[in-house]
Design a protein. Structure first.
Length: 115
């Protein structure tokens, strides 16, 4: 059977795949992932996250900016503090599913040398 997809459709598929990859790349940094996990429990300020993670204020702020830009978190002003929270309940579902998959494949993931 001949391929009936157009070059335009193929480039759209590639673009969509790249966007998905960037979305998941948002969680590929251990600091960003830890921030998301902590925010699943509720709103936190940068200073609270710094204390909980043990990273510098600059590192946490930079990772929050990335997470905010990609739609994982949102923020609101509360007096002199900015509080961050998960922007969409589906983020929790993504992490829950990922943990289930990791639990089933932990040894293979841990020993993988191709990533």
């Amino acid at each position: 059977m001949a391929d009936t997809s157009s070059p335009y459709q193929e480039s759209e598929n590639i673009l969509q795949t790249e966007i998905y990859a960037k979305f998941f790349h948002g969680l590929s940094n251990s600091t960003r992932l830890r921030i998301v996990e902590l925010l699943l429990a509720g709103e936190k300020s940068v200073s609270q996250l710094v204390e909980m993670i043990g990273a510098t204020q600059s590192q946490v702020s930079n990772q929050l900016a990335c997470l905010k830009w990609c739609g994982y978190v949102t923020s609101r002003q509360n007096g002199k503090y900015v509080l961050y929270r998960i922007s969409d309940d589906r983020v929790s579902a993504i992490l829950r599913l990922a943990k289930e998959i990791v639990a089933d494949n932990a040894e293979h993931i841990r020993s993988c040398t191709r990533m």
